[in-house]
Design a protein. Structure first.
Length: 319
């Protein structure tokens, strides 16, 4: 499974340095929301994510590292700074010494994140030392090495199974499947919210049904059209269907949909570091591991770290 990273909070046209514009956020007081803020380098955007107690910042530059106060941004946007224990800055490469000396640590890279093809370096600061700790780091590194050792896979569906893009009418089944798989999830799984994501085009979902027509697996791509990239997310398979290659099939089909119909050039995912199988699925599809976001999301087992995997989208028309 992969978890949404709160990008759906953003609204509006977006720019190369702003929060992604990917549609309406989930309902409720815990929904991520977008805000503007001022830093020494100028005006920028951020996303407040109270459910995951995290502030995401877009467009900061090395000259902002030392003189910038994330808590002030939260307070100005009407949030409670005491609730937020992790700050993540999506930055361009460079200025590493300035960031490190100001207490920001590099956690990973999303390749080709910006519209001009530049990578985004994800840098984090923590206010809670316990959340900053990574006691399972060695275990997670071993899982990544296991995934990297997997041979590339040629996806196939079992006989009688079908796969297709999801429409709004599938939203209730998608939400029910994901709700049955995950006791907690970092974004809303209500039918109305999922249908809105599909209808607005901010996300593209694909499903697999078994021979009886039962929905057994699903995944989505959260699209950032301004930057021509997409986050592969919302991956869920019924336990009885795992190990049959269904997720690899869905992901490859989604990749082809995105290249053909959306002109997407770069893909990435944030895969739960605890789930070896999900990391293996992305490795089999040619994704490269590019870092780990420590204690990034609230999941069924509490705080969970997320592995970043990236790849170029397949050429439009490639099979």
């Amino acid at each position: 499974m992969t978890g949404r990273d709160g990008r759906s909070a953003a609204a509006g046209p977006g720019s190369a340095e702003s929060a992604p514009a990917s549609g309406a956020g989930s309902p409720g007081s815990e929904a991520p929301r977008r805000a503007a803020f001022e830093a020494p380098s100028g005006a920028h955007d951020c996303v407040l994510d109270p459910h995951n107690r995290r502030l995401k910042l877009y467009g900061l530059r090395p000259e902002d590292a030392a003189g910038f106060d994330p808590a002030a941004v939260i307070a100005a946007a009407g949030g409670d700074p005491a609730r937020y224990t992790k700050f993540t800055a999506y930055t361009r490469p460079g200025g590493d010494d300035a960031w490190r000396s100001a207490g920001w640590r590099e956690e990973g890279t999303i390749r080709g994140y910006f519209a001009d093809g530049a990578d985004s370096v994800l840098r984090a600061r923590y206010t809670d030392p316990e959340r900053a700790a990574d006691p399972r780091g060695d275990e997670h590194r071993r899982a990544v090495e296991l995934a990297r050792a997997k041979e590339p896979a040629a996806p196939r569906l079992p006989e009688g199974y079908t796969s297709a893009p999801a429409g709004p009418a599938d939203a209730a089944e998608i939400g029910a499947l994901m709700g049955s798989v995950f006791a907690d999830y970092p974004s809303s799984l209500t039918p109305d919210h999922l249908a809105r994501l599909i209808t607005t085009g901010s996300s593209r979902f694909r499903w697999v049904r078994d021979a009886s027509g039962t929905l057994v697996a699903v995944a989505s791509a959260e699209i950032d059209r301004a930057r021509r990239n997409a986050e592969m997310t919302d991956c869920a398979t019924l336990p009885r269907e795992r190990g049959r290659g269904l997720m690899v099939w869905i992901l490859r089909a989604l990749e082809e949909d995105l290249a053909r119909e959306e002109g997407i050039t770069d893909l990435y995912t944030l895969a739960r570091a605890d789930e070896v199988g999900m990391n293996c699925a992305f490795a089999k599809l040619g994704y490269a591991y590019t870092g780990r976001l420590v204690n990034n999301c609230r999941m069924p087992n509490g705080w969970e770290s997320m592995n970043i995997w990236c790849r170029k989208a397949p050429a439009a028309g490639a099979s």
